[in-house]
Design a protein around this ligand. Sequence first.
Ligand SMILES: Nc1ncnc2c1ncn2[C@@H]1O[C@H](COP(=O)(O)OP(=O)(O)OP(=O)(O)O)[C@@H](O)[C@H]1O
Length: 602
Amino acid sequence: MSDRPPVVSRLRATGVLLQIAWNTDRPRTVAAFVLLGSEAVTAALFAWWLKLLLDALTPINTAQIVAATCGMAAAIAVAAALNYTGQRVQIALRDRTLAQVDERLVRLVGATPTLEIHETPEYLDQLHALNRESWHLGHAIPGLLNMFATGIRIIIAAILLAGVSPLLLLLPLFAIPTLALSSKTGALFELGNDRAAAPARLAHHLYELATNPAPAKEVRLFRLADELTARFHRTEVEIQRIHRRVNLTGQALTLLGRVIFMVGYFAAIAYVVTLAVQGRASIGDAGLTAVLAGQVLTLVTGSADLIQLAFRSLATVARFVYLTDFARQHTLDVDARTTPPRRLDDGIELEHVSYRYPASDHDALHDVSLRLPAGATVAIVGDNGAGKSTLVKLLAGLYPPSSGRVTIDGTDLTHLNPDQWRRHISAAFQDHARFEFLLLETVGIGDLATRDDPVAVRAALDRAGAADLPAGLPAGIDTQLGPNWPAGIDLSGGQWQKLALGRAMMRTQPLLLLLDEPTAAIDADTEHQLFQQWTAAAAKLRHAVGAITILVSHRFSTVRMADHIVVLNSDGTIAETGSHTELLQRHGTYAELFELQARTYR
Ligand SMILES: Nc1ncnc2c1ncn2[C@@H]1O[C@H](COP(=O)(O)OP(=O)(O)OP(=O)(O)O)[C@@H](O)[C@H]1O
């Protein structure tokens, strides 16, 4: 997961967790440590009151008997009260801290300017493992507090035992193997999870395929239930095999540690009994030792379990730290970068641009050099997988080129503040998101400045050819979208796509409008009309801001309207560029594809 040794990454995780708790709720952080620490002191002193009581019996010392009995009763009552309050504070602190952990992750990942983290297998494995182990996160804060309280009890028990005989301080030494082995077993658990991360992600994917509504049609049509079940079963067997192997080793190590401690425990009891027989220890000392030796057993084995649990939960916190570090590394120092121009005078240029996806062994785009003049409408065509969407995402700054550069009026796109650049662009994709909000918001978020303005939203819907869509819905523009919400309704694929288009139309003067097969689910005639409308709008914007419109489409009746057409080869290189007329005269790939499609429609 990271290059750091496990102990260092756990220490860092502890620091991060305590810092989040502190920033989230300072009073409760302090209260939890004070209450549980005080409970530990009170409970640990019970044995001392017992010793005073036993010593007061021979000879009888009534005042001491009364004081010791009251002390014992008070120790029990106060410890119970502190424990009750401390646990409640601890639960509230845990819940608030966990909510803060989730919020940090959402904020950091959402603010990452490029898409690369979503395509890096190592990152995805860690994210999935974090989701799977999310219940461990819930143990992290209680685990740290319990370790703190247990530490106090062990220290007090050690002081009291040393008072009887310094030799008794050797007793906790017998616990060292248990303690040492517990971190080893914790590391083994983490190793199991790391090894199982990839098959676990596969199992999750198979589970989602079988249970989510989106793939349900194809799963039934292609009768894939048995196939998915068989794959799921094989993957789960593999996951269990990985865990079983490391768990067996862990259990054997735990047993060994316990046996060693038991030897020391019986030796301590035998030693104090011998001292008492020789008259070198009082009855109270013998009672104190018997109770404390028993407590040390519980405390040490308990603390070993606590350390193990804390090690596991801190391993999960360490995943969170890894993910946030990863996201932070990808959130480059954006504020320091140049502000984009308010209008395009020259245009956009791609200079020998190549792009390779993190998990891929070949370029999706290779050595692409292109000039997109200010004010132009540009269509990109090519076979499936030729790199059209990749090119669109590079222009949006969602990926940095692997080599070469994209310039905006001469400024390297990677030097522009991505947040500012995205204020000047708009986009609609074939694989658009389904924001299940009110229709008004689903479209309005295309321009956060006017997101709640019904006039702006209706105008955007009009530009997207969806002016009539709200009228057919129960609450019009205020209809809740998404069947999973109260009064929420689902839409057809084409209707969702029109809303995505509406979102793209919210911005009225973008410098760059990216339309990546935004009308694939809409009929060809409507697409044709819409593109005519957009070309007319682009002509107006040409003079105002020099806006460039990029359209990816497989429909040549639409593509032909563009000023410039870029044809990509299936290996991500450029085949040819030019206007429709120029490309037809060239009798190359475009002319061939155009003729083929035109023939189909004749
Ligand atoms: N996230 C990814 N990780 C690895 N490879 C990818 C990823 N996305 C796309 N590719 C690969 O990059 C190449 C270009 O894909 P891209 O989506 O840009 O093609 P496209 O021309 O838009 O295709 P289509 O017409 O099918 O939408 C393809 O070979 C594809 O398999």
